[in-house]
Design a protein. Structure first.
Length: 227
């Protein structure tokens, strides 16, 4: 398979998830998120994530298994999607051992393929303006999938994707690695997570330092270069 930028890929191995949630979170940076649908192929490169474990007071699983978070306790490599504010969705990759309740929230991706479909879903088209021309505007392109709610809207991800096997290339949504990934010299930055009240001291938000597609640039004082 190839995307619009001539990106060839292979599905991720289940071995990717044979690590701690924090390790998986960092390893997911640069991985491709691929959405297959009849009318379009959507591809984005993951550039920002947040980790959540069962011992974390900010995690949905902190108080145990419930009807809402049950997918978070499933096998690693599956999708966990939940709603916020009654209207937006957030997409997570389940990690850790089955039954543990751990996941990595995908906060932002760099759009690589299917940008016009993403813009239509996000209602960013303007009357009389050709989408392909509109998407040459860098601010719009950067805003397509910068933030968990925007990402889900652009990719058409909702709670019907709960439990989807993200390692299966036949799934409507899956993860893949580029056959010839770009050489990235920029370090991975760790910061505090966004929009939480508890666990703010944990530097569990990970992002590529040079990516213009992240949801919010880290403040200088909160940056921690990992590698």
């Amino acid at each position: 398979m190839k995307g619009s930028k001539d990106v060839a890929w292979v599905p991720v191995s289940k071995e990717l998830f044979h690590a701690t949630t924090l390790e998986v979170a960092r390893h997911l940076l640069g991985v491709l998120l691929i959405r297959q649908e009849p009318q379009a192929l959507l591809v984005g490169r993951i550039c920002e994530v947040e980790a959540y474990t069962q011992e974390d007071p900010a995690s949905h699983s902190y108080r145990g298994l419930t009807g809402r978070n049950r997918w978070m306790f499933g096998p690693p490599g599956r999708a966990y999607v939940y709603r916020i504010y009654g209207m937006h969705h957030c997409f997570n990759v389940v990690t850790g051992e089955e039954g543990r309740g751990e996941a990595v929230l995908i906060r932002a991706v760099e759009p690589l393929c299917g940008q016009e479909q993403m813009a239509l879903r996000r209602r960013l088209s303007e009357k009389g303006v050709i989408l392909s021309e509109l998407l040459t505007q860098k601010p719009l392109l950067r805003a397509l999938c910068s933030g968990p709610a925007r990402l889900c809207e652009a990719f058409g991800i909702d709670t019907t994707f709960n439990g989807v096997d993200l390692t299966d290339p036949h799934s409507p949504l899956f993860l893949a690695k580029e056959r010839e990934p770009e050489v990235v010299n920029a370090p991975i930055i760790a910061t505090g997570r966004i929009g939480i009240r508890q666990g703010r001291d944990r530097q569990w938000r990970f992002l590529r330092a040079d990516s213009p597609f992240i949801s919010r640039p880290p403040k200088r004082e909160e940056r921690e270069a990992l590698c």
